[in-house]
Ligand binder design. Structure first.
Ligand SMILES: *Cc1c(COP(=O)(O)O)cnc(C)c1O
Length: 407
């Protein structure tokens, strides 16, 4: 193997479904931290936190090493523990559900709205009603901003407010998105909102995540939990500090800290957020146009939302697993890195061992049989988009033309 070949991010062979956009400013920001006194626990982390909080209009932001960690400290700060129940959407990355298990809590799911692939508010209403009757209400729910578009947060938060259930938004897909004219992350309808900065997401810090909140007590608790549950703040300590070296562990936390190297990249990327979301929306508009005359379902845009368009998901109008799979194969064979977001969490083997099975959440399962994520990232070229659309069109037309497609 010749290791000297420059790494091409797989682009020569494959148009990926997503990829980061790193410019010279991003690189300079990282290099400046590498030459500075602090690689971690320095000034870059609070700088990133302050900038992000102000961008999404939240009072506080707590940076951690991933969105998974952010979800974990969010639930821990809300005192979620053994005996508690958390509900989320089955169409999400496994982390949205796993965070509850980390706390020793149980997980259940609320089926999706087939128009938006987000947690369905009507399904939530019915499930709450039943749960109230048999005393099995969740302590918190985690709606997911699937593909970058907000769930119906206004109605969801109203529905759970009557029961005192906390809301944690998994907005891993949705930094830069808006809901009812305000930024996702302002926590207008939740206790805490979580973002991811994995390279396929809207902005990146390589790995990283952030939790925003308007509640100072939750912010303080999450900040402590990300760093072992240790504090140096005398006002939080039991008794008086022994001296200037003193710290106390007052809770059981983890090492979930974001480094200054990551924060510098995140901060630089944040300054480009509007540009990224604009480019993603333009590419999505272009897909809408190019795909208009193909018999597939396109993303449904709600008037009260502006999606960050992390993902552009189409639905093939087929209940035929073979047809779904062969369109994927056609696309992959043509060098187009289509993907499937997501396999419903409840049918993962680990979750089946917990008692879930096929048939539990029918809308999520039908979605899974039809969904396909097309490549979408700021640097996607119009030639690449045309290639994606041509290949998809040919694959679908060919399939519709052969009788085997309906067999
Ligand atoms: C990416 C993602 C996560 C996890 O983010 P990490 O930063 O990789 O931990 C959680 N939830 C959703 C919906 C995601 O897409």
């Amino acid at each position: 193997m010749d290791r000297k070949e420059p790494f091409q991010f797989g682009r020569a062979q494959m148009i990926p479904y997503g990829r980061q956009d790193i410019n010279e400013d991003d690189i300079d920001a990282v290099v400046a931290v590498l030459k500075s006194d602090f690689l971690t626990q320095g000034p870059a982390v609070p700088r990133f936190e302050d900038a992000l909080a102000s961008k999404v209009r939240a009072s506080h932001a707590v940076a951690v090493n991933s969105a998974t960690s952010a979800l974990h400290v969010a639930l821990a700060a809300l005192d979620v523990g053994p005996g508690d129940l958390i509900w989320t959407s089955p169409i999400t990355f496994v982390a949205s559900a796993n965070c509850a298990l980390y706390c020793g809590a149980d997980v259940d799911f609320v089926d999706i709205d087939p128009r938006t692939y987000n947690m369905c508010a009507n399904a939530l209403e019915q499930k709450l009603h039943k749960a109230a009757l048999n005393g099995k209400l969740p302590k918190a729910i985690i709606p997911v901003h699937m593909s970058g578009q907000s769930p119906d947060m206004h109605r969801i938060s109203e529905l759970v407010a009557d029961y005192g259930i906390h809301v944690v938004e998994d907005a891993s897909h949705a930094i830069g998105a808006e809901y009812k004219g305000t930024p996702v992350g302002d926590c207008a309808h939740s206790a805490i909102t979580v973002f991811s900065f994995h390279p396929v997401k809207i902005i990146t810090s390589a790995e990283g995540g952030m939790a925003t909140t308007n509640n100072p007590r939750l912010a303080e608790r999450m900040a402590m939990l990300r760093s072992h549950g240790v504090t140096r703040d005398p006002s939080l300590m039991r008794g008086q500090p022994d001296g200037p070296w003193y710290y106390q562990q007052i809770d059981l936390g983890w090492n979930y800290r974001m480094t200054d190297v990551q924060a510098a990249l995140g901060l630089s990327q944040l300054s480009r957020l509007d540009e990224f979301v604009q480019a993603r929306n333009e590419h999505a508009d272009r897909y809408d146009e190019l795909l208009a005359d193909i018999p597939i379902g396109l993303p449904n845009r709600l008037p009260e939302s502006r999606s960050a368009f992390h993902l552009y998901v189409v639905r093939l109008q087929t209940d035929n697993a073979m047809a779904h799979r062969s369109v994927f194969e056609d696309m992959r064979n043509a060098g187009i890195g289509v993907n499937l977001h997501y396999i419903p969490v409840h049918v993962q083997p680990y979750y089946r061992d917990l008692g879930f099975s096929w048939g539990d959440f029918p809308q999520a399962e039908t979605y899974y049989q039809q969904a396909m994520t097309l490549p979408l990232f700021p640097g996607l070229t119009s030639q690449e988009q045309e290639k994606v659309v041509e290949t998809l069109k040919n694959s679908i037309l060919r399939r519709n033309a052969t009788p085997a497609a309906t067999a």
